[in-house]
Design a protein around this ligand. Sequence first.
Ligand SMILES: NC(=O)c1ccc[n+]([C@@H]2O[C@H](COP(=O)([O-])OP(=O)(O)OC[C@H]3O[C@@H](n4cnc5c(N)ncnc54)[C@H](OP(=O)(O)O)[C@@H]3O)[C@@H](O)[C@H]2O)c1
Length: 227
Amino acid sequence: MSIALITGANKGIGFETARQLVELGHVVYVGARDVERGERAAATLGARFVELDVTDDALVSRALATIDSVEARLDILVHNAGIQEIGADGPTALRAFDTNVVGIGRVTEAALPLLRKSSNPNVVTVSSSAGSFWAVTNPDRVEFHLTNAVYAASKAAATMLTLQYAKSQQGIRFNALEPGYTATDMTAAFAGGRPAEESARAVVRLATLDADGPTGTFRDDAGDLRW
Ligand SMILES: NC(=O)c1ccc[n+]([C@@H]2O[C@H](COP(=O)([O-])OP(=O)(O)OC[C@H]3O[C@@H](n4cnc5c(N)ncnc54)[C@H](OP(=O)(O)O)[C@@H]3O)[C@@H](O)[C@H]2O)c1
């Protein structure tokens, strides 16, 4: 049984990831910035709630301190919280990078001491192929045609941050994932998308790697995804 924390787990891919990890018998902390919606999600799932806004240093510290005081370790950390807003003006770009990039650093730094107490620590970043330099320069890929520059740049940075942690933090696996195009509130303005259950299965696979599993990878359903 592992202790897991998922950021932004009150809905979408994060919620489904939490549901599947609970079903596998793990202790799951639903991290959410809205107390009411987070508590409701945790109660629905049989999970625990922890207030966590990834842009708020004090809340991040408090959330990890809570998990430390109850569990004394963390085995699985899923950086799932993310936003996609249209535009590239200063405030919009700062919000995107604060949430999608700096948030990963904030939560990771606060979680490292707890991850070090785990015998099998796994960190998964729910990134995006929109941040793959290979995909956005390949006319055969759908990412080539996407125009949300700030989101793409923030996901490229999220993947890079994950890779750098994999290199610097021996003994903790850090992997980044393109979860697959998914029908969630984030993509509600666009057509299609697969159910969040399917994308969450990919997150759970990476979050439950054995001790000899890979680190420093960027993947999608097809396997290794080019940077
Ligand atoms: N859907 C796709 O096709 C797709 C494709 C590639 C990658 N992704 C990535 O997958 C992840 C999950 O997205 P989704 O599609 O499930 O979208 P979603 O349904 O909009 O869920 C996003 C989650 O992130 C939370 N969040 C946003 N800002 C936060 C903050 N500052 N602190 C804590 N939580 C915060 C949201 O909480 P609130 O409810 O409070 O807003 C929500 O729980 C994101 O990182 C996204 O970039 C999605």
